[in-house]
Design a protein around this ligand. Structure first.
Ligand SMILES: *[C@@H]1O[C@H](CO)[C@@H](O)[C@H](O)[C@H]1NC(C)=O
Ligand SMILES: *[C@@H]1O[C@H](CO)[C@@H](O)[C@H](O)[C@H]1NC(C)=O
Ligand SMILES: *[C@@H]1O[C@H](CO)[C@@H](O)[C@H](O)[C@H]1NC(C)=O
Length: 331
């Protein structure tokens, strides 16, 4: 008996020791394992990109943290084999805009075998009634990413950075991400055919602002002081209406964003991160900021992917009649 007990005991001890090591390892695994691409030491802020900007003044010594709680988390949208995730920036009050989107492109789950996930992203409303309503909207549609900070225009840059963090954490199998707003018309069929022939890595596209000016005029909403931005021009950036990114670009942006001061103009901030990463954003004529350049009354160019309408009612009117996307069909 005693002879048998010894080896059994030592086997038990060995097994429990191994288990403990495994459990400890599991517990200490970093929450975002991919985010170790950059450290402060391997980042070069001087002469970033072909425009030779010295961006040292934007360098942070202490890492940014974007660790906000997600009050509602639609991570199921990234399970399986989604090809594309569309993240639509919304605001708690824009219920009507979300309804219109859910009744149009929101219904589409796949196009030519490509699975598409779609979610809305927002911060918290400033009162409890609205929060209750928003949470029941989320329960009904399960398509709202609700971040634990008070929503507002000044939060746009932070909101985007949190979107990249969320994507990095939950959507590692999704090939592309599109970030857009709830007043933009997205023609999904055209977007998917565009992505089918797009590079699978290093890809960033949309409406490119080349030589975008830093506005000093105090009356302009997106003004910048000399201290905020010392150069007359910004690095090339994609206008915020809709930007298309391959997964690796999202992950790299998220990773570097932890070391860079947040610029108050959201689309410029992403352009700054492109410059630091050496990523060249590509212009596409299929994205348009000024509706009149792509549409004639209710008819828009047939190859368009994203059109900015500005006014929700106008977008709704267009969405009612699918024929508008094809000029030849509806003149
Ligand atoms: C940073 O990049 C610039 C050119 O883009 C180069 O001249 C400089 O040597 C680099 N600095 C370091 C520390 O790598
Ligand atoms: C870049 O700017 C910083 C100050 O923000 C300065 O200390 C540094 O010398 C500059 N580097 C180059 C290469 O001009
Ligand atoms: C627009 O019309 C062209 C030619 O008839 C067709 O190939 C294309 O699929 C149409 N686009 C949409 C979004 O319906």
């Amino acid at each position: 008996m005693a002879n048998l007990q010894k080896p059994i005991l030592s086997i038990l001890l060995l097994v429990s020791a191994t288990l403990t090591v495994v459990i400890i390892t599991l517990l200490t695994v970093d929450e975002t394992p991919v985010s170790r691409l950059y450290t402060l030491d391997n980042l070069n802020f001087t002469h970033s990109g072909e425009h030779g900007l010295n961006l040292t003044f934007l360098k942070l010594e202490n890492k940014n943290k974007f660790s906000f709680r997600y009050i509602e988390n639609p991570s199921h949208k990234c399970h399986g084999t989604a090809f594309l995730l569309i993240m639509t920036v919304s605001a708690p009050a824009n219920v009507q805009a979300r309804t219109v989107i859910r009744e149009s492109r929101g219904k589409i789950k796949r196009i030519s075998e490509r699975e598409i996930g779609q979610i809305f992203v927002m911060g918290m409303p400033d009162n409890n009634n609205d929060l209750g309503r928003l949470r029941s909207e989320s329960t009904s549609y399960k398509d709202i990413l609700l971040i634990d900070f008070t929503d507002g225009y000044r939060m746009l840059t932070l909101k985007s950075m949190i979107m990249f963090e969320w994507f990095t954490e939950y959507c590692q199998n999704v090939q592309y991400m599109v970030k857009t707003d709830d007043d933009i018309l997205i023609i999904l069929q055209n977007l998917i055919s565009f992505l089918k022939s797009a590079p699978s890595t290093g890809f960033a596209s949309g409406f490119l602002r080349q030589n975008g000016k830093a506005w000093r005029n105090t009356k302009v909403k997106n003004r910048a002081s000399i201290t905020q931005w010392p150069y007359p021009m910004y690095p090339p950036y994609l206008a915020g209406l809709a930007i298309v990114l391959s997964r690796d670009v999202v992950i790299r942006i998220h990773d570097i964003s932890m070391y860079v001061k947040m610029y108050h103009i959201e689309d410029v901030h992403i352009g700054i991160l492109f410059a630091l990463l050496g990523i060249t954003p590509q212009h596409s004529t299929r994205f348009e900021i000024e509706e009149i350049k792509a549409c004639d009354k209710l008819c828009c160019r047939g190859d368009m992917i994203a059109i900015h309408f500005g006014r929700a009612e106008k977008l709704q009117q267009h969405l009612k009649d699918i024929k508008f996307v094809n000029k030849t069909n509806c003149v």
